[in-house]
Design a protein. Sequence first.
Length: 157
Amino acid sequence: MNKKYSGFTLVEMLIVMGIIIILTVVGITAGRFAINRANDVAHRNAVDQAYTSLQAYYTDHREYPVDSVAGVSCNTGTVCTFAKLVGDKNKEGLLVPYIDAKSFDGGTTATYFYGVGGEAGDQAVLVCVTLRGAATENVTHPDGAVYCAGNGIGVNT
């Protein structure tokens, strides 16, 4: 009795499963890279929009918003969080006429920093964002990065 089987052998099945696992790992890695890249672009665009809105605010008021201007209360010195400037769910921020507050919602968590300085104390501005999570996570992340935009070279944020 000689039967001819037309199925796959165990070795052939293991090879196919190995190839599928390798392709899945490559796909997940590429997907994570694409998600990180998209979040980076979104955060960088938000910083660029914030800087543009700060320039528009400066054009109208001849100074950047700091502790003593328009009731903005910052934690220390002239460094503010964007919750004060852009606003949150409960209250509109100071820059809302110049920027869409919803541009800072969604995506991954990030910490936005804003600093004012210069000779007169209100002539230079620097806007920064952490690209790998909140500030505490960004410091410990292996490839943590910060992106800044502005005319405030040397502003301590």
